[in-house]
Design a protein around this ligand. Structure first.
Ligand code: NI
Length: 175
């Protein structure tokens, strides 16, 4: 178990398209996922993608019971999702504030699809399929973007709605 360093925006690994995982149920994969959970917990995040700790593989984790970073959010079960695919269930999108452990202290407004179905496998290779909406859907879209080398600031349409948390008056909790 180890807390790993989270790469910040500007590091080239965050811009790479990550590779699919081919082998499941291995000690290496288990240890990587443990490190991801340790790192996410230490940072108080609600999601983390493997490239954020320098591993360019299509693995994301997400979930929380209650979040200091997002105090109004409905809980999401702790999930390991590998080689994920997302289907947008309709055209509706919602614009809302978003943050990222790789972009500390900042928030920006990003549009995300409201309703999605996602599919992937867990660390044992067992299929996970879930239909979700709102914040849960937002978190999954954000994390899957990391696997394609996309950080949320690249998706901000109105740059006047991007800034430091303290200055935006969104709350006192820092990243
Ligand atoms: Ni992020």
């Amino acid at each position: 178990m180890a807390v790993r360093q989270v790469l910040r925006m500007g590091h080239p690994t965050l811009l790479k398209v990550a590779q699919p995982v081919a082998k499941f149920n291995t000690a290496t994969l288990d240890r990587l996922i443990e490190d991801m959970f340790d790192t996410m917990a230490e940072q108080g995040g609600v999601g983390l993608a493997a490239p954020q700790i320098g591993v360019s593989l299509r693995i994301i984790i997400f979930g929380f019971e209650c979040s200091e970073r997002y105090p109004d959010a409905v809980p999401i079960p702790m999930t390991v999702l590998i080689n994920p695919a997302i289907e947008f269930l309709d055209a509706e999108q919602q614009a809302d504030w978003e943050g990222c452990l790789s972009v500390p202290d900042l928030r920006g407004v990003v549009s995300r699809y409201t309703r999605i179905r996602f599919r992937g496998v867990d660390q044992f290779g067992d299929v996970i399929e879930r239909t979700v909406k709102d914040f849960h859907a937002r978190v999954v879209q954000h994390e899957v973007d990391h696997l394609d080398g996309i950080l949320y600031p690249q998706k901000i349409e109105d740059m006047t709605r991007f800034g430091f948390i303290d200055e935006l008056g969104l709350g006192k909790k820092a990243d």
